[in-house]
Design a protein around this ligand. Structure first.
Ligand code: APR
Ligand code: PHB
Length: 389
């Protein structure tokens, strides 16, 4: 088999890249390790920056998002014993936010690739890129007990944090930066009407977040020790703990109900650079992970896919490699900005076991300062809204 771009990984980064390339007349094949059903059963984040919304609209991918997504002018922050403020992205950055699940977006991307006759090979095992520093890379994989080979011009590594693509880059070239936070998020999905805002809470009992998917689907999180398991958290315990982490007016307005999904996720910041090695390009979680505070992960997958599609389109359709050569630096500027914001919000809004009284008071002082300063609110809102592409 031969194609122009082999895309390893069929998550949002790989699917969107494949579709953006298709719109430029560039052929690609996606190799995904899991079944489509498995990929579509993963519950992930759900806030799109307006820049991501516009990329999806321009690519004709926004039909359902524009019908079902919920537009917000910003998100709230509360803390124990304190005030609250709105991160008003509309007021300070001129950009709203779209609350729309990554799971739903992934469904839309699969539907668009199918409608366009795109090739997505699922359950592709032992995927391996070869000769990526030459002009004739190739990728092998196993499917139904047979080994297959695809020759190509470029390989896009969109295979997430645990993927194979990044491992092809030698240690002498790849530099990685990592911080693991000593805590996790327990998420719960319920078919209940959500609270009217997204609300991040720093409480003495730990972080909490009220979020949503649609008018009858809510997503909530509480910070839990990494040693906890789902067996430790009955629905009753979750709702009691969640409400205990909010001021009473918000707690009273939270509508509880049976969970339809629960999961615990660790919190990590990770950046790998460069995002290019020869004719292999990394995009999305394969090159970087952010903790979910601030909801930047999906937006970085979208911006990487967009930058890479521009570079490849310019190579194939205009004969220029300038954008491809700039891809890693361009993408990493945004990656580092989002990594910094999500690290800062994570530290500010969580309680850590090794946090002592002075850390606690300093964080509360910082929250009070943000609430009282239009400059601080504007700075936070500009970053939360997402820096321009
Ligand atoms: N071969 C083929 N596919 C692979 C391999 C492999 N060796 N390893 C991983 N994959 C697949 C995974 O099964 C997954 O479907 O690559 C895909 C990567 O998708 P995501 O993990 O969703 O990553 P990405 O597309 O970069 O999207 C990033 O996901 O984790 C969230 O917060 C993150 O919202 C962000 C988004
Ligand atoms: C979510 O809805 O899952 C969500 C929202 C905001 C975040 C993280 C996750 O910062």
């Amino acid at each position: 088999m031969r194609t122009q771009v082999v895309i390893i990984g069929g998550g949002p980064a790989g699917l969107l890249l494949s579709h953006l390339l298709y719109l430029e007349g560039i052929e690609s094949v996606i190799l995904e390790r899991r079944t489509r059903q498995y990929v579509l059963s993963r519950i992930r984040a759900g806030v799109l920056e307006w820049g991501s919304v516009e990329i999806l609209r321009q690519a004709g991918l926004s039909g359902r998002m524009d019908r079902e997504g919920i537009v917000h002018q910003g998100s709230m922050v509360t803390w124990t014993g304190g005030d609250r403020f709105l991160i008003d992205t509309q007021k300070y950055a001129g950009r709203e936010l779209m609350v729309y699940g990554q799971t739903q977006l992934t469904e839309d991307l699969y539907a668009a690739r199918d409608a366009a006759g795109g090739t997505i090979i699922d359950e592709a095992a032992d995927v391996m890129p070869h000769d990526v520093t030459t002009d004739t890379p190739w990728v092998t994989f196993e499917k139904n007990g047979e080994t297959h080979r695809i020759d190509c011009d470029f390989v896009a590594g969109c295979d997430g944090y645990h993927g194979v693509s990044r491992t092809v880059i030698p240690d002498s070239v790849l530099r990685t930066y990592e911080k693991v936070y000593p805590t996790g998020w327990l998420g719960l999905l319920s078919e209940t009407p959500p609270y009217e805002y997204l609300v991040y809470s720093r409480s003495e009992r730990g972080f909490a977040l009220c979020s949503m998917r649609n008018p009858m689907l809510s997503r909530y999180y509480v910070q839990v020790p990494l040693t906890d398991t789902l067996d430790d958290w009955s629905d009753d315990r979750f709702w009691t703990e969640l409400k205990a982490r909010y001021p009473s007016d918000i707690a009273d307005a939270i509508v509880t109900g049976p969970s339809i999904e629960k999961s615990i996720a660790p919190l990590r910041s990770f950046v790998a650079e460069p995002m290019r090695y020869g004719n292999l390009f990394l995009a999305g979680d394969s090159a970087h992970i952010v903790p979910p505070t601030g909801a930047k992960g999906l937006n970085l997958a979208v911006s990487d896919a967009w930058y890479l599609s521009r570079g490849l389109a310019s190579h194939f359709n205009a004969g220029s490699d300038d954008l491809l050569d700039a891809y890693s630096d361009t993408a990493l500027r945004r990656v580092w900005a989002s990594t910094r914001l999500s690290w800062w919000l994570t530290v500010l809004l969580h309680r850590f076991d090794d946090e002592d009284e002075i850390d606690r008071r300093l964080k509360i002082s910082e929250l009070e300062y943000i609430a009282s300063s239009t400059n601080a609110l504007a700075s936070l809102a500009e970053q939360y809204a997402g820096l321009p592409l």
